[in-house]
Structures are given as C-alpha cells and as structure tokens.
Design a protein around this ligand. Structure first.
Ligand code: NAP
Length: 283
C-alpha cells in the first residue's frame, strides 16, 4: 500500500475508510463495523469520521471497529465549527473520544470554517495536543486563502492535512490549492472520491464514457479507476466510504491499478482539467 508522510513525521496509507452515513440506523451497525474491520484487515489503516456523522453514531461504529486494534489505526475525527472555540474543542474532543472508546485521536480536523476565529481553534488544538488527546491536527474545506491565513497564525505550521472534495468531476483544486498544498507538504485528503452516496450524482461520474473505456481496458470497475486516478498522485489521501464488503475489497484493489499515460489522457478528455480558478467545491 502506498503511503503518505505527514509533516508531523507520521506515515499514513494513501487509501483509508470514510464513515459518512454510517451510524444512522442500529440495524446496520454490525454490517458497518464489519466493513470497517475488513478495510483495516486489508491495510486501509486510516479511518475518517466526525462528530456530525449520524449525530455521533458513526464514531460509535468506529469505536467498535477499532476495538482491540487501536494502535494500528490512524484515527481522524472532526469538530463542528460551532464547537471550535478554545473550550468547545476540548469538550467536543472528550465526547468524541468517549464514543470512539479511545483516549486519543491521531488527527483532529476543523470540519469547515465558521465564525470562531481560526487562531482560537488552533490554540484549542495545540492545547489538546499538549494534553496528549490528539497527535496531529488539520482542517477541512479550506480554500487557498484560508490555508494561507491559517499558516500565518501561531500553530498554523502544525496543520498536517486539508480534507477537501476532490474527484474526477471536481478537479477545481488542481488550479492552485493542490499544487500549493504539495509545495507546502500538506497532503490533501480527498473526500467523496466517488462523488457521494447520492446515486444520481454518482452516476455522472461512474457513467462517464471515458471512465468506462479505461475501466474496460483494466478489467476494473469505473469506481476502481476513479480511485486509482486519485491514488496515483503524491500527497493525496483517499477515503471512500463503503458498508459493502465487496466494494471494500474492490476499493483496496484499486490501489494496485497503474494507469498509463493513454489512460490519463482519456480521463482528461472525459473530465477536463480546470481552465481557471473557482471557489472550492464543498458538500
Ligand atoms: P464516496 O466515498 O465518494 O461514495 C460513497 C458511496 O459510494 C456509497 O454509496 C458507497 O456505497 C458507494 N461505493 C463505495 N465503494 C464503491 C465501489 N467500489 N463501487 C460502487 N460504489 C461504491 O462518498 P462520501 O461518503 O461522501 O465520501 C467519503 C468520505 O469522506 C465520507 O464517508 C466522509 O468520511 C468524508 N467526507 C468528508 C466531508 C467533509 O466535509 N470533510 C464531506 C463528505 C465526506 P456502499 O456503502 O454500498 O459501498
């Protein structure tokens, strides 16, 4: 499995596991736990969750999935912007740790930018780090100007990642945010790599002719090629969500697919590169 080195010195796999839409229905709990455990068995040792997902329910699913194997998992959770005051992050982190049944997070992200001054959130993250409650911290849904501002603040140089919407149909970050992030050694964590769990939206991506043609050449599924396209890039971490064991297996195998220059050119035709800067897309 390809890995990405964070500026904190930690190494994480390029392919991890998302959890949005998990923890919303007790009847699906065991299936979701097993899907995450399978992903971990296959080496996708990074789990992304958030206090928001399933109102804490996703963190509870993750807590069960990592039981007995906590040390081998790079565990990421996110704080709501409205909880991102100095005191608020301490309290939100404690609640997350309780649901996750662990005593530290590997990485704590600000889910998106809200009205709390960024400097205060960073102070909160630094205090949590000092207390051993989190090992790394970062941000999510930050555009280039947000990143530049964050980096100029005390503690901004400790930001290890920016989690953003990035997939074949959402290539806007290639204009300036992605190259800037690569230059500054801040890996991007690509969320919704398959363009979400909304079937209509996903169809635009997975039904694309260029994607289907490349998939056929590799005897792979369109979803696998969409993941392989992201995974080929340095400093990009990819976190597809799946509760389906067959999909988890397929997603793991996507990390072994090597796309050729012809494949990439064909995908560029089907999903054109950005020709100008646009505001960051987000969900
Ligand atoms: P996604 O991973 O792009 O897509 C998930 C959907 O794709 C699910 O419906 C899943 O269904 C399906 N799927 C998974 N593997 C597949 C495969 N091999 N073939 C066909 N379908 C497949 O969407 P996402 O959940 O929005 O994004 C991934 C993760 O990023 C989230 O779970 C979350 O952790 C994070 N995220 C972060 C933010 C943020 O603001 N920071 C926003 C959105 C998401 P099955 O479960 O049935 O496999």
């Amino acid at each position: 499995m390809k890995t990405v080195q964070l500026s904190s010195g930690r190494t994480v796999p390029s392919l991890g596991l998302g959890t949005w839409n998990m923890g919303e229905n007790d009847a699906h709990h065991q299936r979701e736990v097993r899907a995450l455990q399978l992903g971990l068995d296959l080496g996708m040792n990074l789990i992304d969750t958030a206090e928001m997902y399933g109102d804490g329910g996703a963190e509870e699913v993750v807590g069960d999935a990592i039981a007995g194997r906590r040390g081998s998992v790079y565990l990421v959770s996110k704080v709501y912007p409205h909880n991102a005051t100095f005191k608020g992050v301490q309290a939100a982190c404690e609640r997350s740790l309780k649901r996750l049944k662990t005593d530290y997070l590997d990485c704590y992200l600000l889910h998106w930018r809200g009205s709390v001054p960024l400097a205060e959130t960073l102070d909160g993250f630094k205090a949590l780090k000092q207390a051993g409650k989190i090992r790394d911290y970062g941000v999510s849904n930050f555009d280039l100007d947000d990143m530049e501002e964050a980096r100029s603040l005390d503690g901004g140089d400790g930001i290890v990642t920016n989690q953003v919407l990035y997939n074949l149909t959402r290539r806007g970050i290639e204009w300036n945010l992605l190259p800037w992030s690569q230059q500054h050694n801040i890996p991007v964590m690509a969320y919704s790599p398959l363009e979400s769990s909304t079937p209509g939206e996903q169809r635009v991506l997975l039904g694309n002719r260029s994607l289907l043609a490349v998939a056929e050449r590799h005897s792979a599924t369109p979803a696998q090629i969409a993941l392989a396209w992201l995974l080929r890039q340095d400093q990009v971490i990819v976190i597809p969500k799946s509760s389906n064991p067959d999909h988890v297996q397929l997603n793991r195998k996507a990390a072994d697919i090597i796309l050729t220059a012809d494949d990439l050119a064909e995908l560029d035709k089907g999903f054109p590169r950005p020709r100008k800067g646009t505001p960051l897309d987000m969900r």
